[in-house]
Design a binder for this molecule. Structure first.
Ligand SMILES: Nc1ncnc2c1ncn2[C@@H]1O[C@H](COP(=O)(O)OP(=O)(O)OP(=O)(O)O)[C@@H](O)[C@H]1O
Ligand SMILES: [Mg+2]
Length: 1037
């Protein structure tokens, strides 16, 4: 229907509302802080890392749903105090829902979009949960109420449709037939704009019917999600209500389209991580959301008068279908939902910015009114008048006759149209009623079955889709799997589900589950191979990740609360079985938030890794994925055991090539794998599951399972620098530890304080007080002698290694040359570093830090690591200059170097003269010895050289004692690190744990003995030095 009256056209902005939800369990556990504050129509967000940094935004509506609420007996959230600030579902509806309804009844198109990150409350606001009904069901209720109230003045027809866009495919959620493999097509017609071809639109007479349809839609969405392995938070859901109002008195019809859109989690729109991946973001998965962002930006620019050549509506399915909602003929409202937690700061800020842009968009809404019946009447009258004129006028009448013909045609066309609409509506209504009756019968049957039989209930990552599918286990034996050929089979579709996957037996009021050979069945976190008896509320995972809760016989049920068995519960249980779990430290109720974050990351990625493995297997990719927890202490130069992170180890099954993917990279690749898998499934369904299919063809550069080989960080070792501050040499055998604490190799390394020409210093150069170094030159060499027992090479001989290290303020790491095919390669690598004018910060660094020695694994075909020497400061003798703050420029450096060269030359001259003096003395001695009747003469040579006296002093003794002390402290530190890493084995039972505790006790005892010994030795040495000093002074007195 075309808008008739241009004067009704109004420019109006997209209205934007923002809502903040309560903390969820994860956020509460992590002790999150709320960073959002609100006053009416204004919202402020605070940067948790910089509390002074606050940003405020103004919107049409703001809803505080974070605190100040209570729950009634039905579970409905209400404000704690009457008139409190808490915004419940009713108050949100009052502003937004009523407005949309009002617009629709006036004949405007209306759109409501929910935007926000996953879990921020989009579906809660749109659809609602349980007693907390959302905008959509409330809107439907009120719509039909209003229709009833006004039935005297108008006849109304309501059509309902519901679809999902996932991966640029349209899925009809109300479809009765089999789903088209490639989804439905979006077409364009001049007068209609974009529409989905073949989408089922169902006429409805009351809100119960609509609710029933929504239930059906959610069920289809759930099965589609498990079937194509999609995650609902990555799909967009569109509900469309078409309202036709026929006003008999005024002889007009009004038609409006109400679009209600629950968008995919907004975090998908941004890059999934800061670091770039070789492959672009999951294209199709993000295309709709990205394009929506671009359309909104362009329209916001148009609104402020910028010249915009092109608005990219046509670039994605979502924007095609929302074209009229954005910048077109619609009154549009966006509700942006936010998490209140500090950990979501980036996402929430980005949501607010997005919403701010959206509010600038100008729409041109018009009343879609068509004066059909009035036109018919007018036409009839005109007709009669013209006919009369025709009979009166001769030749002139011919023109009028043509006009009449035209008018008559129009008249018939209109009458036919009206009739068609009416009959179609009645026909559709009949069909829909029949359907609904059938559905109602099914629901009643399902309710009856629930009271009679045990069943399994689906649990989904998206709470909206949990508990939707119920599969009953009636008496006897039931096959579960892809196959639905026999009447005694329960059909389940999903990744990793076999044709015949498992068998349920319901006999003598017991239900057992047996896995069919080769299929994966997990009960309460543990894999089962044997027949297992199921208990009420057992958790089942079939295949990669089809999660179900077992509901026992009605007599076993009682009034228990099942809500705690959510998706996180299943994954946490699985992680516990793998030895990953979170315990709060004794005496404190709260777990370390950073550990919790790692734990939640782990349980989030765990099912994704299982799915990636399954896809790799089905697509014959020969790649295996494994989650690893990386200890970041290994890459911290102070060795603090601060943080852990999750990485995914990727290994090719054949030639054992290895990659390490960051969490963000893995998530991105997983999206791409899903796209590939979905394409493969579409191809396969056309071949109706033909056996043995080729891998989906994608060039290697675009294959998400593939990456070029690259050096891999295998592990690190810490070489502590403290001794350098005293100019004491250090020789160490270091354990190179992998990210999971495994010993990757032993590395022999040395730190050698030396002269500027590289000559090792002597004992007497040892400093008692490191601050003596301040402002002076310090030279030392880092020597990497040998690497022993390389696990990397032991596993595959065609590999190599390199060691990388970066010192203090060096901008780039340095690498040893590559050593290939050798488990114990001799490296013999020596690097000379110098600080021209030692600064306090270098001194602090030396005293508190270690140089991190990184062991890099090389694989066949990968480029070796090279040091970008041009970015380093180096003297012509190959000495690397560190501590650039301690000197100002090259001129100073050159000046320093030449002055030290002069000192050296002077030293050389002095040495030469000393040498000749000694030679002379030697000659004398020899002569005296050879002389007959000789006697020993003690000759005292005073090595007084240029004011510096080399003498066996207390200082030297003290320095020696210190050297011993630092050496032994290094081994004590090693022992401490061993203790930190010492963990019980994952499979440990009680006995194993007892053994572990004994072992830990022994290590602790060793540690305290070693420490005690070191300190005692130092005390003794110092006491002896003091005693000797006293004795000497007494002698001389
Ligand atoms: N205003 C609110 N009051 C109480 N609970 C809420 C509110 N908003 C959201 N929640 C709860 O938070 C959880 C996540 O909300 P919801 O399912 O609406 O997220 P979503 O934005 O739709 O996420 P996704 O993108 O994954 O679909 C639900 O358990 C819901 O009950
Ligand atoms: Mg949702």
């Amino acid at each position: 229907m075309r808008p008739e009256h241009s004067d009704m056209m109004q420019k109006d902005c997209v209205r934007v509302a923002v809502r903040v939800r309560p903390f969820n369990k994860r956020e509460r556990d992590a002790g999150s802080r709320c960073i959002i504050s609100m006053i009416p129509t204004s919202i402020t967000i605070q940067d948790p890392r910089d509390p002074q940094n606050r940003r405020s935004f103004c919107f049409d509506y703001t809803y505080w749903s974070h605190s100040g609420f209570t729950q009634d007996t039905r579970g409905k959230y209400l404000p704690e105090d009457a008139g409190g600030r808490y915004a419940d579902q009713d108050s949100v509806f009052l502003d937004l829902g009523e407005g949309i309804l009002e617009n629709a009844l006036q004949g405007y198109n209306a759109t409501l979009l929910a935007y926000g990150q996953t879990g921020s409350g989009k579906s809660y606001s749109m659809m609602g949960y349980g007693a907390n009904k959302g905008l959509v069901p409330k809107l439907c209720e009120r719509l039909f109420e209003s229709i009833r109230e006004n039935q005297d003045s108008r006849r109304c027809q309501v059509f309902f449709s519901m679809l999902e866009i996932y991966n640029e495919q349209v899925i009809d959620l109300l479809s009765r037939g089999a789903r088209a493999a490639a989804g439905l097509r979006v077409r364009e017609e001049q007068h209609r704009g974009f529409y989905v071809e073949g989408l089922r639109t169902v006429p409805c007479e009351n809100s119960q019917q609509v609710e029933q349809l929504m239930e059906q839609g959610t069920r289809t969405r759930t099965t589609a999600a498990t079937h194509i392995n999609a995650n609902s938070s990555r799909s967009h859901m569109l509900i469309n209500l078409q309202l036709k109002q026929i006003f008999s008195k005024e002889s007009t019809t009004k038609q409006s389209n109400i679009n209600l859109v629950d968008l995919a989690g907004s975090e998908r729109q941004r890059s999934s991580g800061s670091e770039a991946d070789r492959l672009k973001e999951g294209m199709a998965i993000n295309l709709s959301l990205t394009t929506l962002g671009n359309v909104i930006s362009s329209l916001a620019d148009v609104a402020v008068g910028k010249k915009v050549v092109h608005i990219p509506y046509r670039e994605s399915i979502l924007t095609k279908l929302l074209q009229s909602a954005l910048g077109g003929n619609s009154r549009t409202v966006m509700i942006a939902t936010l998490s209140p937690a500090d950990i979501c700061y980036e996402e929430s800020l980005s949501t607010l910015r997005y919403a701010e842009r959206a509010k600038r968009i100008l729409n041109r809404a018009v009343v879609n009114e068509s004066p059909t019946e009035r036109l018919v009447k007018e036409l009839k009258a005109e007709n009669a008048r013209l006919l009369q004129r025709l009979s009166r006028l001769g030749p002139e009448g011919r023109r009028a006759s043509d006009e009449t013909k035209e008018l008559r045609q129009l008249l018939t066309h209109n009458e036919l149209q009206i009739k068609a609409i009416q009959t179609l509506w009645e026909q559709h209504l009949q069909e829909a009623l029949k359907d609904l009756e059938e559905q109602y019968a099914n629901i009643t049957k399902e309710r009856r079955m629930m009271q009679m039989h045990p069943y399994i209930l689906n649990i989904n990552e998206d709470t909206q889709l949990s508990g939707v599918v119920k599969l009953f286990i009636q008496e006897g034996e039931w096959d579960v799997g892809l196959s639905d050929s026999s009447p005694r089979s329960i059909s389940i579709k999903g990744l990793g589900i076999q044709e015949r996957h498992a068998i349920f037996r319901n006999e003598q009021r017991r239900v057992t589950l047996s896995a069919v050979a080769g299929s994966k069945v997990v009960v309460n976190g543990s894999s089962v191979c044997q027949t297992t008896e199921l208990q009420h509320l057992d958790r089942l995972i079939l295949g990669s990740n089809c999660t179900y809760l077992f509901i026992g016989f009605p007599s076993d049920r009682g009034g228990d609360d099942w809500s705690c068995y959510d998706y996180d519960y299943f994954q946490a249980e699985l992680a516990t079985a793998e030895g990953i779990h979170i315990e709060s430290s004794p005496g404190s109720s709260q777990t370390d938030p950073s550990l919790l974050a790692v734990f939640y990351d782990y349980i989030k990625l765990m099912p994704m890794v299982t799915e990636a493995n399954q896809m790799s297997q089905e697509l014959h990719k020969g790649v295996e994925f494994k989650l690893e927890i990386q200890n970041l202490a290994l890459s911290d130069s102070k060795g603090h055991d601060l943080k852990k992170d999750i990485v995914v180890r990727v290994t090719t099954l054949g030639n054992k090539q290895v990659w390490m993917w960051s969490k963000a990279k893995f998530i991105n690749r997983k999206f791409l794998m899903e796209e590939m898998y979905q394409q493969h499934q579409a191809e396969q369904s056309e071949d109706s599951r033909s056996k043995g299919f080729p891998a989906v063809s994608l060039s290697r550069d675009q294959d998400p399972f593939w990456d070029p080989v690259e050096p891999l960080l295998l592990g690190t070792a810490h070489l502590w620098l403290q001794t350098l501050a005293f100019r004491i040499p250090l020789e160490e055998q270091l354990e190179v530890l992998g990210s999971e604490g495994t010993e990757e190799a032993i590395l022999q390394a040395q730190l050698v304080p030396c002269s500027s020409t590289g000559l090792p210093l002597i004992e007497d150069d040892i400093l008692i007080d490191p601050s003596e170094l301040l402002g002076r030159r310090l030279d030392f060499q880092l020597v990497l002698e040998q690497c022993c027992g390389l696990r990397w090479i032991r596993e595959a001989h065609n590999r190599g290694v390199q060691i990388g290290f970066k010192l203090f303020d060096c901008s780039q790491p340095l690498y040893t040359p590559a050593a290939w095919h050798n488990m114990n390669p001799v490296l013999d690598h020596r690097v000379h570093f110098a600080s021209v004018q030692t600064s306090q910060s270098l001194l602090d660094y030396l005293q508190s830090s270690a140089v991190l020695l990184e062991l890099w694994g090389l694989q066949e075909g990968c480029a070796e690591l090279t040091s970008p020497l041009d970015e380093m400061r180096m003297t012509s003798e190959g000495v690397f200059i560190i501590d650039k703050t301690g000197q100002t420029d090259t001129a100073t450096l050159n000046c320093e170097l030449s002055s030290s060269f002069r000192v050296l030359q002077r030293d050389l001259e002095e040495m030469k003269s000393l040498n000749s003096l000694l030679k002379k003395e030697n000659q004398n001695l020899r002569e005296q010895l050879n002389a007959p009747g000789n006697c020993y003469i003690i000759v005292f040579v005073d090595f007084a050289l240029g004011g510096r006296s080399v003498r066996p002093s207390c200082d030297a003794e003290f320095a020696r004692a210190l050297k011993v002390f630092y050496h032994s402290m290094t081994s004590v530190r090693g022992q401490l690190q061993r203790l930190r890493r010492h963990r019980p084995s994952e499979e440990s039972d009680l006995l194993g744990l007892r053994f572990f505790v004994d072992e830990q006790g022994r290590l602790l005892k060793d540690f305290s003995e070693q420490l005690e010994e070191c300190v005692t030795k130092l005390k003794q040495d110092v006491a002896a030095i003091v005693r000797r000093k006293r004795e000497k002074s007494e002698i001389y007195l």
